[in-house]
Design a protein around this ligand. Structure first.
Ligand code: AMP
Ligand code: MG
Length: 414
């Protein structure tokens, strides 16, 4: 008996080849200036920041107290005025005088030390102290935080809270940065229902919109979701064109398999170029990379686990690359299987697992049914086990590679 098979026209390529093509077609974005308040945490600085000024710009008090001449010693001083933070009005100090001063206020001319208020008594316009100040006591000299002309932040710095603070301190209102890609999400499927209404027969809730929006926001990138796209040629075509005009990256879910309503690939062929249409991985076989109007397009299969595993293997690395972030790959480690596991015969499989250290060794337990619809297989998982295609079961105790999905990314794949 002959079994006829309808074959996909797209060759099944390896994960490595797919990731190589991803690097080829998804390239770093040009730098632009952004208002500091709009700079996403984790963005990469595109220019070196050399300090235009000294910080602080003046010798400043670091305590509330009295600005004095140190050489006057522990004597009684005549109160000659007051200096508040933000003003520089006090007259120059002469020997035998002091000026009441607040933390952060500039030292009056002539003063070279600040005696904290706790060590003084003030009465009838006189201040007495038993403290003998050294020159420089409680004074923060001009330029002591950042010197004028100092390289404060080199180009390529990733901007966290402290780095954004340095830019603010230096008055860099619109730094040149590499922006995060603007992503448009196209979720396809006529079976998808909103969260708040009843489910008609055959309908399911749309979880992918929420999964991907959360995953993309977690990266710090802006993400817009167009309304759920109908499984028709016209609707998909219109949605892809709309997305291409306003995005740096388009991500779709669903509609990339072999069903008669899986129209994403045919529409992409019509509007642009499909670079690959099948990858030898499980979940995620029909994952697709295309370019439409110069905008890269990644088509994920509809099953929620395929979506999130595809995000981990392809989309997050691609988005990081677009944003010039070199740390793109999760670290990996060798672990031992705590129980036997069956992989896939033809495809590299990513099984969701919890790994833990026991007596100095790392052990992995998979998270129950690995069906690609079962989001609960990802809940609580901290690793993806990389199981190369095999006819054989992996026996308990086998060593396999685990991708640590909770760990911060690093520069190299392994
Ligand atoms: P597809 O890739 O369009 O063939 O869809 C594969 C499976 O994923 C089908 O069972 C779909 O119902 C399901 N699916 C597609 N899109 C979503 C979504 N947005 N949320 C949850 N499940 C989905
Ligand atoms: Mg579908």
């Amino acid at each position: 008996m002959t079994i006829f098979r309808t074959q996909s026209k797209y060759p099944m390529i390896s994960l490595e080849e797919a990731q190589r093509l991803l690097e080829e077609y998804i390239t770093p974005l040009p730098a632009r200036r952004l208002a500091l308040a709009e700079v996403p945490v984790g963005a990469v600085l595109a220019e070196p920041i050399t300090s235009p000024d000294a910080v602080p710009g003046f010798d400043a008090a670091t305590m509330d107290g009295y600005a004095v001449l140190a050489e006057d010693g522990a004597s009684r001083r005549r109160l000659a005025g007051a200096q508040r933070a933000g003003s520089a009005g006090a007259a120059a100090l002469e020997s035998g005088q002091c000026v009441r001063i607040m933390t952060g206020a500039p030292l009056p001319q002539g003063a070279d030390a600040v005696i904290p208020v706790e060590y003084t008594q003030e009465a009838d316009g006189w201040v007495i102290t038993e403290l003998t100040p050294q020159p420089g006591l409680n004074v923060r000299p001009a330029g002591s935080d950042i010197a004028q002309g100092q390289l404060a932040l080199p180009a390529g710095t990733r901007l966290g809270a402290a780095e954004i603070g340095v830019l603010a301190t230096l008055g860099i209102a619109r730094p040149r940065i590499y922006p995060q890609p603007r992503v448009t999400l196209l979720v396809t499927g006529d079976e998808l229902a909103a969260l708040d209404g009843p489910l008609a027969p055959g309908q399911i809730r749309d979880s992918n919109s929420y999964v991907l929006t959360a995953a993309i926001r977690n990266i710090g990138a802006p993400c817009e979701r167009l309304s759920v796209v109908e499984d028709t040629h016209e609707a998909l075509r219109a949605a892809i064109l709309t997305a291409a005009l306003r995005s740096d990256l388009i991500i779709s879910t669903g509609g990339v398999s072999m069903g008669t309503h899986d129209l994403v690939k045919p529409v992409l062929e019509e509007l642009g170029v499909v670079h690959f249409g099948r990858v030898a991985i499980k979940p995620g076989l029909p994952l697709t990379l295309a370019t439409v109007l110069r905008v890269p397009f990644i088509g994920l299969p509809g099953n929620p686990v395929s979506t999130l595993v595809g995000f981990e293997n392809f989309i997050r690395p691609a988005m990081r690359r677009m944003a010039h972030i070199s740390a793109r790959w999760r670290p990996q480690r060798t672990v031992k299987l705590a129980h036997a596991v069956r992989g896939d015969k033809r495809r590299l499989e990513f099984q969701r697992a919890i790994i833990s250290q026991e007596n100095g060794e790392w052990w992995a337990r998979t998270t129950g049914s690995q069906a690609s619809s079962r989001l609960l297989s990802l809940v609580g998982a901290n690793a993806l086990l990389r199981l190369p295609a095999s006819d054989q079961e992996y026996p308990a105790g086998s060593e396999v590679i685990a991708i640590l999905t909770d760990a911060p990314e690093q520069d190299t794949i392994a």
